[in-house]
Design a protein around this ligand. Sequence first.
Ligand code: AHM
Ligand code: MG
Length: 335
Amino acid sequence: MQRLTQFLKHNETPADLVELINLLMSACKEINAKLNDGELAGILGATQTENIQGETQKKLDVISNDLIKLTLSESDLVRGMASEEEDLPVACNPEAPYLVTFDPLDGSSNIDINVTVGTIFSVLEAQDGFDPAEEHAYLQPGYKQVAAGYVLYGPSCILCLTTGDGVNMFTLSHNGEFYLTREQVVIPESTQEFAINMSNLRFWDEPIQRYVGDLLAGEEGPLGKRYNMRWIASMVAEVHRILTRGGIFMYPWDSREPKKPGKLRLMYEGNPMSMLIEQAGGRSINTQIDIMNVQPKHIHERVSVVLGSKQDVETVLKYHQEASAKAKTAEKTSA
Ligand code: AHM
Ligand code: MG
């Protein structure tokens, strides 16, 4: 079996990117070890603090963030980083080639119940003329990512990675090495499994309500298939399932907080997951356009997310296009 470093070198990944991925993995292995110790290490539960998004931080959100921050800030490969758990970007080495954005512990409502969580990361090339302590330095659309991935802390610890040449998965062995376990992952084009938090049904807009209604109608409905449903409340686990056996994942805009485009964050969750999904032959949209074409305006910006098996995501896109066309016709008629 091939080790992560061996595999990346063999695939002609730039040496400094290989080094950066290895660095990130050293922090993720420490997070994995802490999660394995769980209650024994006294690291479960919440802190007294809130992050910039107004969410109460779990102890492990903070521990994971600090571990990654410390590891990256000591490297001469990282010019700066932005984290879901940091108010402001952190400037590192001004000569370094890369910027890293990350969600240190995604799905953190699952920590206390011992269910899968993960770390999500995205790597961008640092552009000259920007101060890495300022958010402008990071505001590049997702298609500019040079690498993206997640580490899933589940029954086994798995790295899922893309450097823009397909998606590969690596499993962490007891000897502390990641080994290639799935090469060139491909998502089936269509699915019979969907994931959405159904408790928000009454807050969605019409096209999402229509689509989910059609999924629930099964063989009798316009989609002509019976669908199964899953909701783990951990995006890493949902995306991992979709990369493994297909499916569609949705966290759309809803009217609970109408001014926000969605719950999930563009730069820490939306973009890296979109790069993985698209590199594996799937599609990822914000209901209107491809997420990786969204020009970010803020590092902590939210995004509506619909991703997974291509045909199914395109059905959601079509439902939104039909709704906009209908709204335009109604506007013209009333004018
Ligand atoms: P987090 O980064 O604070 O953990 O929030 C993101 C998570 C996603 O992993 C998951 O898809 C979603 O929040 C679940 O939200 P909800 O509890 O509203 O269903
Ligand atoms: Mg998250």
